[in-house]
Ligand binder design. Structure first.
Ligand SMILES: C[S@@+](CC[C@H](N)C(=O)[O-])C[C@H]1O[C@@H](n2cnc3c(N)ncnc32)[C@H](O)[C@@H]1O
Length: 238
């Protein structure tokens, strides 16, 4: 599988691009995504001509999405104004979070290992690597709509949309916002029919969704993870 075709403008931990062949066939019609993150699945569904709306509670991320969707060229111009991006510029931007602009957030996101902001202090990748990323970003466009919001408000606001739900995993602290009420999420989904949920395997998840259809995807399903410790990702539907 080739990550170069990943349409997401962000490097987001837990990104589901590598699972697209397993996820996309389940998604039908208008889509609402309450945990947008890097949004690769959502962008691919929008490319197929479908209505897609996505939300996330991370205000820096949503600011970045909003500003990029409104004016990709202007967004990239602002990123370029920081080049060469030194470690100290990176640190200044990181320390100002969440009070940074969309392009500044993109820099913080793309300049740290695997999108785990602040965990590595930034990669030294620049030059042609950055140039090719920016050339791609300059032409970014999508019909996807995005907004800031938490799942307990956004899910009920879209009663007729199919839901693709990719919450923070149980017991993993990857994100700026990573603690959610997993039982409340189950209760909201229990009231509806059209949804697909992806989760890292965990006993709590298996017990919350006992009675639902649970498909376990192992490392052989996402070859990009070869060499890392085996993990199991669950795809859950009613
Ligand atoms: C597993 S990630 C989503 C990854 C995404 N599907 C992708 O492919 O990049 C989970 C996301 O949930 C967001 N999040 C955390 N708490 C939330 C909440 N209460 N409501 C909405 N989003 C939340 C995090 O900011 C994070 O972006």
């Amino acid at each position: 599988m080739d990550n170069r075709d990943n349409p997401s403008p962000f490097t987001w931990p837990g990104g589901k691009y590598n699972l697209r062949k397993h996820i996309l066939p389940h998604i039908q019609g208008s889509l609402m995504s309450p945990f947008l993150g890097g949004g690769a699945i959502e962008l691919l569904h929008a490319q197929a001509g479908c209505d897609v709306v996505g939300f996330d509670v991370d205000e820096c991320l949503i600011r970045s999405w909003t500003e990029l969707l409104a004016d990709a060229k202007g967004f990239v111009e602002q990123v370029r104004s920081y080049i060469p991006i030194s470690r100290s510029i990176y640190k200044q931007l990181f320390d100002r979070m969440p009070y940074i602009s969309g392009p500044e957030h993109w820099i913080v996101n793309r300049y740290c290992f695997s999108g785990l902001m602040g965990h590595s202090g930034g990669t030294s990748k620049g030059g042609s690597y950055l140039d090719s990323k920016l050339r791609k970003l300059e032409t970014f466009e999508s019909s996807i709509r995005v907004g800031l919001g938490s799942f307990e408000d956004t899910i009920p606001a879209y009663p007729d949309h199919f839901l693709y739900v990719d919450p923070p995993y149980v017991d993993q602290g990857f994100y700026r916002h990573h603690i959610i009420d997993h039982t409340l999420l189950r209760d909201l989904l229990r009231e509806r029919e059209g949804w697909l949920l992806s989760y890292a395997d965990h006993p709590l998840v298996r017990s919350l969704y006992a009675g639902c259809h649970i498909e376990a995807l192992t490392a052989r399903h996402f070859r990009a993870d070869r060499g890392r410790s085996p993990r199991v990702e669950l795809l859950i539907r009613p």
